[in-house]
Structure formats: structure tokens, C-alpha cells
Design a protein around this ligand. Structure first.
Ligand code: NAP
Length: 285
């Protein structure tokens, strides 16, 4: 039975984009296998781009944005999911050209859905948890594993969604010492488990030297630009840097020296198209 629901809706009129909360109907959602009542959706950079008419994110309007969602299955035509299951959907085409999580309902293919690990994390945190988890998994599965004794892990953009969950996960995993550059709010970061908070300017200024003092065992970077370049130059021998964002700049200056002289690994993180099996944690369906 069709249900009326509220959604953020972006419309294009004469090349201009309007944003409003409107009434929509589940009949208007795309054909798909699983109808989900959305409980939470994080606000992402791509949502803002879609809401402002960026055609690189959303080709056609009107559109319901929201590139991730956590909620409860309402209807399912596949055996893997049944009404009442708690699930999360992140990435693939959700919120790009498929109605997304900034509406109270979404309908998506089953192959986009992961059962939410409700036993150890609340639904509202699950969405960002997945991304930070990916970054940390990359740290751990680089050519060299990260050992706690090796020292601090640098987390950039630490007050943001990815960075703050990364800090909490690192704390949970028992890493005892790391530094996080942030623009302030050090109490918030220390409550999450950060041991030291440094000013973001420390890393965002261009430094022409090919390598810097070895400070960090590893780094998780959401900034790109000079920050990523300086992180790569400051990671210790055989350390890894996981690159997952571009809040400072999509380009970054650098040389091959940290990689060929210090064995430093630069690891890519994509949480959008990566295979569902990898998004799933052991023990989830
Ligand atoms: N690869 C993937 O699959 C993936 C997944 C999710 C997100 N991302 C990307 O990761 C990035 C962060 O996402 P998010 O959800 O964590 O964003 P967010 O919640 O908006 O957080 C952004 C963080 O970056 C900080 N920041 C802003 N400008 C900065 C700059 N010039 N230099 C250093 N730090 C800066 C912000 O600090 P203030 O608030 O103090 O300014 C905040 O701590 C985005 O680029 C996003 O597109 C990638």
C-alpha cells in the first residue's frame, strides 16, 4: 500500500535549483526489491552538491538526495530481507540518481543493503562508521600492518563525520597515542579518545621539502591538498596513509621520495562502489 512521506526535494526551474521539504508518495519511488523506512541519514558533501544542482552527482531533477540511509525494512520481495530488519545503505547510486536517504522512505536493490550491526552501534552512527571502518581496514591491510607500538596515528578533519568515528574506532581498538589536527573543539575530540589535538595549519601549509620528520605511524586523511602531502612526508618508515576525502583540495603536491625511500604506502578508500561483501562485517548477513 502506498504511503505519503516527507522528503527533501530538489527541483530545477529554468536552470535554477529550489530546495523544499515536500510530501511524496512511496509509489513515486523507483522500482526495487526492498522498501526501507529511513531512521537516519548523514549530511554529506555530495548531498550539498546534489542539492545545488551539480550534474556530476545528479544528472536529472527533480530529485530526493541523501547518499546514505539507516532504517527498517517495510516491504521486501527477496528472501534475504524481511519486514522489520534493521539495515543500512551507503553509496552505489543512492541519493545520486536514485531517491536517497533525506526522505522518509527509499526503495533500493537488495544488493545495496547491509544488515545494521545494532548490537554494538546505534543506527544513526552506522552510516559514518562504515566509512571510517573502511579507512581503518585499509590501514590494517596495507602492505605493512599497523602496530600500536609504532606510535601516533594522524587523523585529519577530526571533528567531521569520518574523522570523529575514526578516532573513536582507533580508541576502541586500543591505539594509545595519536594526534588529530582540528580547528578547535579539543574537548570533544579528547572525549572521543584523542590524545593530542594540533592546529590544522600545522599541516595545511605548503612545504617544499620532499620528506619531513617522521612523526606518525600512519594517517587517515580526509583533506587532500597540502595536508595529505605533509601527512605522506611525515609518516614513519613502512607506514600507510589512507586517503578518503578532499575537503582542502583534490590535488596534492609531492614526490615519490617518501614511497621509494621510506616505503610509505598511499591507500585509496572508496566506500561508494566497493563490493557489498567488503562493506559487511563478519557476523552480519
Ligand atoms: N572516499 C569515500 O568513500 C568517502 C566517504 C565519505 C566521505 N568522503 C569524503 O571525506 C571528506 C570528509 O567527509 P565528512 O563526512 O567527514 O565531512 P564533514 O563531516 O563535513 O567533516 C569535514 C572535516 O574536515 C575539516 N576541514 C574542513 N576544511 C578543511 C581544510 N581545509 N583542511 C583540513 N580540515 C578541514 C572540518 O573541520 P571544521 O568543521 O572545523 O571546518 C571537519 O572536521 C569529504 O571530502 C567527503 O567527500 C569520502
Amino acid at each position: 500500500m502506498a504511503t505519503t512521506y516527507k522528503a527533501l526535494f530538489i527541483e530545477e526551474v529554468d536552470g535554477k535549483f529550489t530546495r523544499a521539504i515536500v510530501d511524496r508518495n512511496t509509489d513515486q519511488l523507483p522500482v526495487g526489491e526492498v522498501l526501507i523506512k529511513v531512521a537516519y541519514s548523514a549530511l554529506n558533501q555530495k548531498d550539498a552538491m546534489s542539492a545545488h544542482g551539480n550534474k556530476g552527482v545528479t544528472r536529472t531533477f527533480p530529485h530526493q538526495p541523501g547518499i546514505d540511509a539507516a532504517g527498517t525494512v517495510v516491504e521486501s520481495s527477496v528472501a534475504d530481507f524481511k519486514s522489520g530488519d534493521e539495515v543500512i545503505v551507503t553509496g552505489y547510486d543512492l541519493g545520486m540518481n536514485t531517491a536517497g536517504g533525506l526522505g522518509e522512505y527509499i526503495r533500493v536493490p537488495a544488493k545495496w543493503i547491509v544488515n545494521a550491526p545494532m548490537h554494538d552501534i546505534k543506527t544513526m552512527h552506522a552510516v559514518r562508521y562504515r566509512r571510517a571502518h573502511r579507512a581503518i581496514v585499509h590501514q590494517q591491510t596495507g602492505t605493512q600492518r599497523l602496530h600500536k607500538e609504532q606510535g601516533a596515528v594522524l587523523v585529519t578533519g577530526a571533528t567531521g563525520g569520518v574523522g570523529s568515528i575514526a578516532i573513536a574506532l582507533l580508541a576502541h581498538a586500543g591505539y594509545t597515542w595519536w594526534q588529530v589536527p582540528a580547528s578547535g573543539t579539543s574537548d570533544y575530540l579528547k572525549n572521543l579518545g584523542a590524545k593530542e589535538v594540533i592546529d590544522r595549519k600545522t599541516l595545511s601549509e605548503e612545504n617544499k621539502r620532499p620528506m619531513l620528520k617522521e612523526l606518525y605511524a600512519a594517517a587517515i586523511d580526509v583533506a587532500g591538498g597540502n595536508t595529505l602531502a605533509n601527512a605522506i612526508k611525515s609518516v614513519k618508515y613502512s607506514g600507510s596513509v589512507a586517503s578518503c576525502g578532499l575537503v582542502e583540495n583534490p590535488s596534492f603536491p609531492g614526490t615519490v621520495f617518501p614511497h621509494i625511500l621510506r616505503n610509505v604506502n598511499l591507500l585509496g578508500v572508496d566506500s561508494v562502489e566497493i563490493h557489498l561483501q567488503i562493506k559487511k562485517r563478519p557476523g552480519t548477513k
